[in-house]
Design a protein around this ligand. Structure first.
Ligand code: SAM
Length: 240
């Protein structure tokens, strides 16, 4: 099946609409395609935040809220805001929340974060940067809402450096993953979008450089399974 990515102007509407459509199957899909490993990577993301008592964390592109809930599991005295523009993903996040008042979910756009400057101690974003229409614009927004010294932790797919493993990974991502998606939701093209969106996504080093150029400091890369999955940790300077 040939697939064409949406152009930049249409990307936000497309992504919002498609995540609404797959919301009910999203968690199962993630568990199957990563063999459950995304849960370990999300726990790792939260460990990198270094949150302390009463700190506030923004979980951007929170989806069904895995990372938001993990933040409170590791840091029960913190406050979390999960932000996402997909109403259907947020409904699922809210249904899993068991009315913990330290977590609030909000519908909003990662390109225009509805919070004042220097509001959060940490921002987490799981598989979100790949989906925004302008990564630099979203990184600027994240930097703006972080307090000086605050940390950004981003989890997403990365580029595998070893050629043979890269080929295996591409085969899995471009052929097996859409097949699994199609079994869960026949005919749903979002499962083609997911691998194809990685083609335009910067590799680990380039994303790190983009973070540093925008004004983050000490950006670190943590690779998993040969770089197929990657976590960036970057800090807002204490003095801007
Ligand atoms: C692949 S899901 C990741 C969900 C969750 N963070 C996780 O790790 O399982 C990407 C999420 O980003 C949201 N998203 C994409 N672009 C967005 C934007 N510009 N503003 C807000 N949410 C966005 C989608 O609605 C979707 O819920």
């Amino acid at each position: 099946m040939t697939y064409t990515l949406p152009n930049t102007e249409d990307k936000s509407n497309y992504v919002e609409e498609k995540f609404d459509e797959i919301a009910q199957k999203y968690d199962r899909f993630n568990d199957v395609i990563t063999f459950g490993m995304h849960r370990y990577w999300k726990r790792f993301v939260v460990r990198q935040t270094g949150l302390r008592v009463d700190d506030e964390c923004l979980d951007l592109c929170c989806g069904t809220g895995d990372i938001s809930r993990e933040i409170l599991r590791q840091h029960p005295d913190c406050k979390v805001t999960g932000l996402d523009f997909s109403a259907e993903m947020l409904k699922i996040a809210e249904s899993k929340n068991s009315s913990n008042s330290r977590i609030q979910y909000l519908q909003g756009d990662a390109m225009n974060i509805p919070f004042p400057d220097a509001n959060f101690d940490a921002v987490t974003i799981g598989y979100g940067l790949r989906n925004v229409p302008d990564i630099n614009g979203s990184l600027r927004e994240i930097l703006r809402v972080l307090k000086p010294g605050g940390v950004l932790v981003s989890l997403d797919v990365g580029k595998v450096r070893l050629p043979i493993i890269a080929e295996l990974n591409n085969f899995y991502f471009f052929h097996v993953v859409p097949l699994i998606g199609n079994m869960l939701m026949p005919g749903q093209e979002m499962f083609q979008y997911l691998p194809h969106s990685s083609l335009k996504y910067p590799n680990q080093e380039l994303l790190k450089r983009m973070m540093l150029e925008i004004g983050f400091q000490q950006a670190e890369i943590h690779d998993f399974i040969f770089g197929a999955s990657t976590v960036h940790v970057a800090y807002k300077p204490v003095i801007n």
